[in-house]
Ligand binder design. Structure first.
Ligand SMILES: Cc1cc2nc3c(=O)[nH]c(=O)nc-3n(C[C@H](O)[C@H](O)[C@H](O)COP(=O)(O)OP(=O)(O)OC[C@H]3O[C@@H](n4cnc5c(N)ncnc54)[C@H](O)[C@@H]3O)c2cc1C
Length: 489
């Protein structure tokens, strides 16, 4: 059997290699470190964690990333096994000893009989003789390969300062203050004239908001980031505020072409617009609000926006160098480049965000590639699972903006806004009492996570039935990793 080639031995590439090898298919993993490194990596180990050592919440019942952990454990994830065996105390989060973690991943792959690790930088598109390739080179893809991908995809911007605007859960926006309307009631292609949520400011609210932006605590630039230009039109909101107190009113917060139906006679001083971000209509992003404010400051300051006082953020804003594809346009449902299907992408370069999400997309890419190599039809996980929700976001769940300017698809962590809504949200507790407030929100999350795990189990059953009917003989697939006892952390 010809090997599958993986470029990049980070979180995604390592997990993909493990899944492929455990699916009975040989794999060559190409990693350029330590001979050539990135601006953030420090070692030659596989799956190095470049910044924090946290995999975030491990609560599988109430948290989307905790659910993703659990699904990965059930799918035999190497990243989760190495994380669980190297965990350090961190409350409800799964934090790891970073050196122990990377060493465990490196050791597991190095000793697998079907894995070959090749320490080389791939500087061009892979040769035609590599008929199945996974590119998992991450946000800091080396420059020659990034240039080759840019040429192959036809996208004019692949690496730049990634300006991320915050994303808000729709059901946390106060619609007795905010309203739906497109500027000048313009419908646009596929629009309804009411595609944006608008939040109005009076003069004193606007002045207080500008003061807060100017005084807000910011993340400082890394030295290496200073060499990378801003992507056109993506100045941070606080930098715009510095240019003049009225700048925002004439920029992303301009109040023209909109009428507040709650108070039609009052002309707002400024308006923040939020644009639908996913097909489900559960998430809205804050238009023009890319920022380098620290996360706690963003939550505090953006809740000063009328209508967002109780806002829950699916993602906060940020700015760092990033390399990622316009995946909904370029990739098919199993992460293959539509224009060149022998190339598959995985990890942060596909537009997911975070260690765990990157590894999860690596897991799927590995399984899809291995299935193809065995002559099977790759099985896509249901969108009700955390894996399926994340994959759907990357490969088609995002709504392309009609505005001029930078492309609207931006990296995102897994969150419940990506899941299809429940047919019926729980309204009563087990003993029949009506649920309210936090208890109701928790019950809804429990229902979403329970549905996800049931559907994941059905999917894995289906996938193994497909495998069993194939004519190509299979090397026995690993049993996966036993789910560890969940001790209180
Ligand atoms: C500065 C910074 C800080 C971050 N902090 C966090 C954080 O705290 N928490 C979090 O969850 N996420 C964080 N992220 C996001 C993080 O990068 C991803 O979550 C995750 O590491 C991405 O996984 P990946 O496998 O896609 O890429 P990576 O883990 O970066 O792996 C890509 C691998 O490809 C290799 N490579 C690149 N080009 C080539 C080439 N041409 N040939 C061969 N090999 C190549 C690289 O050496 C690297 O090992 C951060 C990102 C950056 C840039």
């Amino acid at each position: 059997m010809q090997p599958i080639h993986i470029i990049g031995g980070g979180l995604a590439g390592s997990e993909a290699a493990w899944q492929i090898a455990n699916g009975g298919v040989p794999v060559v993993l190409h990693e350029m470190r330590p001979a050539r490194t990135t601006a953030a990596h420090k070692t030659g180990a596989l799956a190095e964690l470049v910044c924090s050592n946290s995999f975030r919440s491990d609560d599988r019942d109430h948290n989307a990333v905790g659910l993703l952990h659990e699904e990965m454990r059930r799918l035999g994830s190497l990243v989760m096994r190495a994380g669980d065996t190297n965990q350090v105390p961190a409350g409800g989060a799964l934090a790891v000893d970073r050196d122990g973690f990377s060493a465990a991943v490196t050791q597991a792959l190095a000793s697998h009989p079907l894995v070959e690790i090749s320490r080389d930088e791939i500087t061009a598109l892979p040769p035609a003789s590599w008929d199945s390739v996974i590119i998992a080179t991450g946000p800091l893809t080396s420059a020659p390969l990034a240039a080759a991908i840019r040429t192959a995809t036809g996208e004019d911007a692949l690496a730049f300062f990634d300006a991320i605007a915050p994303i808000v859960h729709r059901d946390s926006i106060d619609m007795s203050v905010a309203w739906f309307q497109s500027r000048y009631d313009h419908a646009g292609p596929g629009g309804t004239r009411a595609d944006y949520i608008n939040c109005p400011f009076n003069r004193s609210q606007y002045e207080a908001f500008v003061d807060a932006l100017l005084a807000g605590d910011r993340v400082s630039f890394h030295e290496w980031e200073t060499a990378t230009p801003y992507f056109d039109g993506c100045l941070p909101i606080e930098v715009m505020a510095e240019r003049g107190r009225e700048t925002l009113r004439f920029g992303p917060m301009k109040p023209v072409g909109l009428t507040d139906p709650h108070r039609p006679d009052v002309k707002p001083c400024a308006i923040v617009q939020l644009r639908q971000d996913n097909r489900l209509g559960t998430l809205f992003n804050m238009v023009g609000f890319q920022t380098k404010l620290k996360h706690a400051e963003q939550t505090r300051i953006f809740r000063m926006i009328p209508g967002l006082e109780q806002a829950e953020f699916a993602r906060l804003g940020g700015l760092h160098r990033n390399t990622f594809l316009n995946a909904p346009k370029l990739l098919d449902g199993t992460l293959r480049l539509k224009a060149m299907p022998r190339l598959r992408f995985a990890g942060q370069i596909t537009g997911c965000e975070g260690y765990v999400e990157s590894a999860a997309i690596g897991l799927l890419a590995g399984r899809f590639a291995a299935a193809e190599r065995r002559g099977e039809e790759p099985q896509v996980p249901p969108p009700t699972t955390a894996h399926g929700a994340l994959l759907a976001h990357i490969t088609g769940g995002h709504v392309e903006t009609i505005d001029a300017g930078p492309r609207s698809f931006q990296p995102m962590n897994v969150n419940f806004g990506l899941f299809p809504p429940l047919a019926k949200s729980p309204s009563r507790s087990a003993d029949g009492e009506r649920l309210r407030g936090a208890a109701k929100a928790l019950a809804k999350r429990r229902a979403l996570t329970a549905r996800a795990l049931i559907d994941l189990n059905a999917w894995t059953g289906r996938a193994s039935m497909v495998a069993a009917t194939q004519t190509v003989p299979l090397v026995p697939v690993s049993e996966g990793v036993p789910v560890p006892e969940r001790s209180p952390r």
